[in-house]
Design a protein around this ligand. Structure first.
Ligand SMILES: [Mg+2]
Length: 266
């Protein structure tokens, strides 16, 4: 049984990217058309824990795959951490263990990316070239009283070559040295959802979060009390719902099925 008429109650959609729009770097079949169908129904924003790229770069990359999004409609953990730091601390001096997109969003928000000796904050995201020396620098910074924020704690993320270590693996290494982040801003944190929801022109009961991972996408939606759909094209399966005890409002086979209103009860 599906609940096609129920899709009509939603006026805004928060979509995860990996496992929802794309998989292994390619669009999920039918996903570009599904996004256009949802864009006719209401506002569509992307909400992703990706910290390696800037919003503009992700929007451009998705554009090449056939998805039309303005950079402002792409909410990434790189952007969320920059906004959070600005709102709570004002323009700050930061150093990063992360990629160019993280530094870009921090600069765009008005922060200064500086060498470790001058910084007040360490911001950690995914970093392709992370090495022992960086951990040693992080340890020195933290032992000297520096503060630290994590973009997300995803242990792994999907790539065309299979799963690879995520930002959570770096956070875990720092934890092994005895230090924990002041805050983690990415999903399932309320911080990521709050910043995305600020841009949504709909009441929370008309917002639907769509994701493939129970412990981030669906748990985060529950944290801010918005409805959610687990799509079965990524990490989590139907069986995981019982196993993990995180229940989405709906399940859909994939994004095209969702856009056709093929919502199922979990
Ligand atoms: Mg995902």
């Amino acid at each position: 049984m599906t609940y096609a008429n129920r899709l009509g109650q939603y006026r805004a959609f928060l979509l995860d990217i990996d496992g929802v729009l794309v998989r292994g770097g390619e669009p999920i079949p039918g996903a570009t058309e599904a996004v256009r169908a949802l864009q006719k129904r209401g506002q569509v924003l992307l909400l992703s824990n990706n910290s390696s790229r800037s919003r503009a770069v992700v929007a451009e990359h998705l554009g090449k795959l056939g998805f039309a999004f303005e950079p402002e409609a792409v909410v990434l953990s790189s952007y969320v951490v920059a906004r959070y730091l600005l709102e709570t601390e004002g323009p700050s001096k930061v150093w990063t263990i992360g990629e160019a997109g993280l530094a870009k969003e921090l600069c765009l928000a008005g922060h200064r990316v500086v060498p470790q000796e001058e910084a007040n904050w360490l911001v950690v995201g995914i970093c392709w070239n992370v090495n022992y020396n960086m951990f040693a620098e992080a340890l020195r910074f933290l032992l000297n009283g520096g503060r630290y924020i994590a973009t997300n704690t995803d242990g792994t993320f999907p790539t065309p070559e299979g799963r690879k270590p995520g930002a959570g693996a770096i956070v875990g290494a720092i934890e092994a040295m005895g230090f924990y982040p002041h805050v983690v801003v990415g999903k399932p944190s309320e911080i990521a959802y709050r910043i995305a929801l600020e841009q949504v022109q709909a009441k929370n009961d008309a917002v639907l979060a769509i994701g493939d991972r129970l412990e981030t996408d669906i748990l985060g939606a529950q944290n801010v009390k918005i409805d959610s759909v687990l799509v079965l094209t990524g990490i989590s399966s139907k069986e995981d719902i019982e196993r993990q005890g995180t229940r989405p409002t709906w399940i859909a086979a994939d994004l095209p099925a969702l856009a056709r209103g093929e919502l199922q009860k979990p």
